[in-house]
Design a protein around this ligand. Sequence first.
Ligand code: ARG
Length: 568
Amino acid sequence: MINNIKNRIKKELEQKLNDKFDQNVIVIVEEPKKAEQGDISIPVFSVVKVLRKPLPLVVETVKEFLGTISDAHLIAKVDSVSGFINITLDKEKYAALVINNYNLNSENYGSNKMGLNKTVCIDYSSPNIAKPFSIGHLRSTIIGHSIGNIMEKCGYKVVRINHLGDFGTQFGKTIYAYLNWGDEAKVKEHPVAELVKLYVEFNDRAKIDKSIEEEARKIFTELEKGNPKFVELWEFIREESLKEYMKVYKLLGVQFDSYNGEAFYNDKMLAVVDELKEKSLLKKDQGAMIVDLGEQIPPALIQKSDGSTLYITRDLAALFYRKNTYNFSEALYVVGNEQKLHFNQLQQVVGLMGYDYSSDIHHINFGLVLQDGKKMSTRKGKIVKLEDVLKEASKLSLKYINEKNPGLKNKEVTAEKIGISAVIFNDLKNYRTNDFEFNLEEMVNFVGQTGPYLQYTSVRIKSILDSIKESQSEIDYNLFTKDHIFEIIKNISQYEDIIIKSKEEYSPSVVAKYLLNLASLFNSFYAKEKVIVDDLVERHTKLCLLRMVKDILDDGMGLLGMSAIQKM
Ligand code: ARG
């Protein structure tokens, strides 16, 4: 809401200044960092420069204009300090505006319509079958899911795609190993672990007996051709792996609209190669086919000398398929920093092919998860099993519950929700491209910048709201003239702007940090103010404030993919 006011001030001032001085001036309207500079501030230096008029004249003119703009009634005070015009809002009027606005939209508070009639495809999670679900895939899942939620809140239709890594020559080896020394029951029990074992064993045996490499290659070629026996085995591997990933998705509360992985594009690749040929973009390079991307970027390898296609070829086919099927306005790929080059190449090739939507492709990259400063997935040389990490988080939060509230009903269920939400929040509070430390003890704690802290704040408010049967009354807007209460109202009014910002940056951390701040503002308010007071009007006003804070906390946590908790 503050953004809307800022935009209106900007527009109207520019119009008025342009009319008066017949010059094209740009007015900058910002939110000052320091409270003593008011709520909105206008640095006028740039205006002075363009108009070539003395500073005092410009300041006076702007001040005068501020008295005539459509939001003039919201302004309590205008000061000017060394080239800045600082506007202080009328706290009562502003609070009234925020609360009315909230009451009108309480269901969809904070949502906007920027994505109306637009579809976004978000490719996230996308693990490789028969391989462990890595911590990187966990990050992709958490970030992608949240961006999806945020974009839905912005009115987009969101297509959530799990582009499974379910294709590649290694499946010839896995199938060979499974056929020769695999055990169906064991695979069904621990799909990924068993399949990895088979693959590792294959490689060990291949060192001694080279001929099995050849056998595996043959199997893969047959698989590509559609040999029913091998296709059936491949499907079995895919299904069992997916079952295991589904356990993680279930714990995280994540779903997808499509599980079309790399294999799905098998029969769509020839068309891509043909189109590249037709557009004279393919070049032969030592038997392979490449697209030259100039000096700056290495060429994109489209087809190997044996005719087989590559990761990027499948991504090209997938992109065209998505454009045709969903007609996206944006195609997002939530994948780690290490694939930067790949997505850069993808975008370049699509651009060279003449598709203007190449600029709608965005690689939503992210950093590493560290433990004691080292990449976590290789902890003690072992692969970390995500399901276990999430279970460990649940166990730890059960420990905290037992310390704080041992009598809580359904402790285990609540502990799981808290533990998993803690992992989610700990990831999302960091700007996504940053690496961060994974410290379970810390993230599951109820105090600190944690998920449980947010959940705890929401539960705390709920218990206050539940403790009293509220009677209808009017609102005392005068209460909002107190700085620490107005600060909360101001934050509430920024929710929509925050969501827009987090969409624009494709970073849920914007929402996460906002929620932390809102929770801490509430908690210091609660430390200072008695809510259940005898005065009916004051009580009602405070309860209204509490309800808004709680709704936003819950809504925001939902956007991040965290669970709502009733009691803890
Ligand atoms: N399976 C890939 C990996 O684990 C990620 C796929 C990302 N999506 C894509 N369309 N390339 O590295």
